[in-house]
Write a protein that binds this ligand. Structure first.
Ligand SMILES: [Ca+2]
Length: 377
């Protein structure tokens, strides 16, 4: 049970010491790490008040892939061209991709986070709402200190424990961070982003990034397109998609980058994408659709591509979980069963939405839009 207040914090630390010892943390490491630790109620507040992500994709993309961020990204690719070329040679991940992650995660190092890491992780582990997760992050953070990669005073990050230029959490750091400068320390906190950029490339490599394959390509759908073909279940080669009328926005078949699925993140009213396996690799970094498209598109823009041709609808915000449940309930009540009311929009819900859309003469894109919910009300 979580009953967090500052008074119980020292006791919790005393108890945690033995668990840290069992995990191989020496008393010397522990004492140095906890010498200046403080209880951070702000972190608890932020952990509890994380808003559901309902911002329209149009808004999100406007800031995630702003012209300033694109221009800065191109500058960074030039400024770090030598080190990015060496990273590409070692890990087979393109400079624009590594730089795009850097831009998304910390705005190219300008927002690395200055929260003392041990303090925030200890506070959140003690708080207990996600205690096991944060305690495992705290143990990993202590291992990093014990290894000498960074001094306790310099180990800072976000309130949730994401560290450095490309915002690794401690367990990801333990698994994937590399020392690319050769000084014996995997330093993702320093002003020099070399180790952080190489660590991100190592992460992508580990999840089988394919150099030269796009994350996705914006496509044009034919008149009368059957939206049942979107989603992860239908995989075809770009040539097969072209035979069905799905082509690039230049009107030509998409080159054969490998098997692909189709996605319309905001339904019929917005861009359509042909997605390749590299899309899933980006998702290993952060599984939010907006983030994946943001990294992918920013990397394309940094490499010189223009904006998407179709615009995301400005007013298309995502549904909250309670609203998704309401949508399912209302569809079911109207005779279009979603196979349960759980707030998750899976194949059954999409089929129900399409059936309803067909019945009322809307484009049957199966998209759980706010307009659709309003109409059902
Ligand atoms: Ca280093």
């Amino acid at each position: 049970m979580a009953s967090a207040n500052a008074a119980g914090f020292p006791n919790w630390i005393a108890g945690f010491r033995s668990r840290a010892r069992n995990a191989g943390i020496s008393d010397r490491t522990f004492d140095a790490a906890f010498a200046n630790v403080s209880y951070l109620p702000d972190s608890i507040e932020r952990d509890r008040n994380q808003a559901e992500f309902v911002r329209p994709l149009a808004d999100y993309m406007a800031s995630a892939v702003s012209e300033t961020r694109v221009t800065t990204g191109r500058e960074m690719v030039r400024r770090y061209s030598n080190v990015l070329a060496q990273i590409e040679a070692r890990f087979d991940v393109e400079p624009s991709v590594v730089t795009a992650v850097w831009g998304m995660e910390s705005n190219y190092g300008s927002r690395r986070g200055d929260t003392p890491l041990i303090s925030t992780l200890a506070t959140l582990a003690y708080d207990g709402r996600r205690g096991a997760f944060f305690e495992s992050q705290l143990i990993a953070a202590l291992k990093i200190l014990q290894n000498g990669d960074v001094a306790p005073a310099n180990m800072t990050g976000s309130w949730a424990g994401a560290m450095g230029h490309t915002q690794f959490i401690p367990t990801s750091y333990e698994a994937y961070a590399v020392d690319f400068t050769g000084d014996g320390r995997r330093d993702i906190w320093a002003d020099d982003p070399t180790d952080a950029l190489a660590s991100t490339a190592a992460y992508f490599r580990r999840f089988n990034w394919r150099k030269g394959q796009p994350w996705g390509v914006e496509v044009r759908l034919p008149q009368g397109f059957d939206f049942e073909q979107t989603g992860r279940a239908v995989t075809r080669s770009p040539a097969d998609w072209a035979r069905g009328g799905v082509v690039g926005v230049d009107g030509r078949a998409v080159p054969n980058y490998g098997d692909a699925t189709l996605s319309t993140p905001t339904g019929a009213g917005g861009p359509a994408f042909m997605l390749f396996r590299n899309y899933d690799v980006i998702s290993r970094y952060n599984n939010a659709e907006a983030y994946i498209i943001g990294v992918g598109h920013l990397s394309d823009r940094i490499r010189g591509a223009g904006p998407f041709q179709a615009a995301f609808p400005a007013d298309e915000r995502r549904l909250r979980r309670a609203e998704r449940r309401e949508l399912q309930q209302r569809l079911t009540d109207a005779g279009f069963s979603t196979g349960g009311v759980d707030g998750r929009i899976g194949p059954n819900s999409r089929a129900a939405i399409r059936a309803y859309q067909r019945a009322v003469g809307l484009p049957a894109d199966g998209h759980p839009s706010f307009a659709l919910l309003q109409r059902l009300r």
